[in-house]
Design a protein. Structure first.
Length: 65
């Protein structure tokens, strides 16, 4: 779980949680009830599952069979 700061937006939270604002879509997928929120109040709890392994970025010869 992650607790938002006053005025924090989705992309800022994603960067804080995952180290990359490009993960904003993943964060939003796992917090569906909050999608109408653009700017968070202080204390909003976000579900923060671990990122899945990115197998697409692994060359085929490095993948385990």
């Amino acid at each position: 779980m992650y607790t938002t700061r006053q005025g924090e937006c989705w992309d800022e939270a994603a960067k804080e949680i995952y180290g990359d604002e490009k993960q904003v879509g993943y964060l939003m997928q796992h917090n569906f009830p909050l999608l109408d929120t653009m700017v968070f109040s202080a204390g909003t709890q976000l579900n923060t599952p671990e990122l899945p392994a990115e197998e697409m970025d692994i060359p085929p010869w490095r993948k385990q069979a």
